[in-house]
Design a protein. Sequence first.
Length: 202
Amino acid sequence: MRLTVLEARGWLEMYYLSRVRKVLKVPPNMMYEGRSLKEVALELLRKDFVEGLEGRNDEDLGIILSVDNLEILSQGIIVPGDPRIYVEVEFDVLSYKPLLNEVVRGKVIDVKNFGLFVNIGPVEGLVHKTQIMDEPVKYDPSRNAFIGVKTNRIVELGDVVRARVVQISTKSGWVKVGLTMRQPFLGKEDWIEAEKAKVAES
């Protein structure tokens, strides 16, 4: 993606708002539909950045969620032999970029025999069964749950959990996030409250 990131600032946890500059290639047929250049440019940006990259990772920006606040910097130039119009624009990009060791909160949306899938915004993170609790767990397919062998703690479909990002992979162009709930003050809310009570007692 040929673009220039002029400014990027963290907004909320792993969400970023960036100001980006890019040269758009506008097909000539789009300029004969009675719309303004700004309308056409915004449609192209949303199609290329949001629809075309939905769920995928951009090397500079992360997962692009939306584009807005478009500004046309030039009325465009025409290159001999090329019917397209080249227009330089600036715009805001809202994106999501997971960070290692960040603590996230999400809902368990799927349970498999190898682990939990947790929704953390626009992506799903995987908590492998070895990272669910600080003890062995057994999988119960009848209730879509994992149960701690020693404590009988249960985490199941629909539970809200707190986890830490321990692995991020973008090699395939898609973001894959590995999570753990084994560290202190992670997991389900009642687990965390029980740990807090133990700390307060000691």
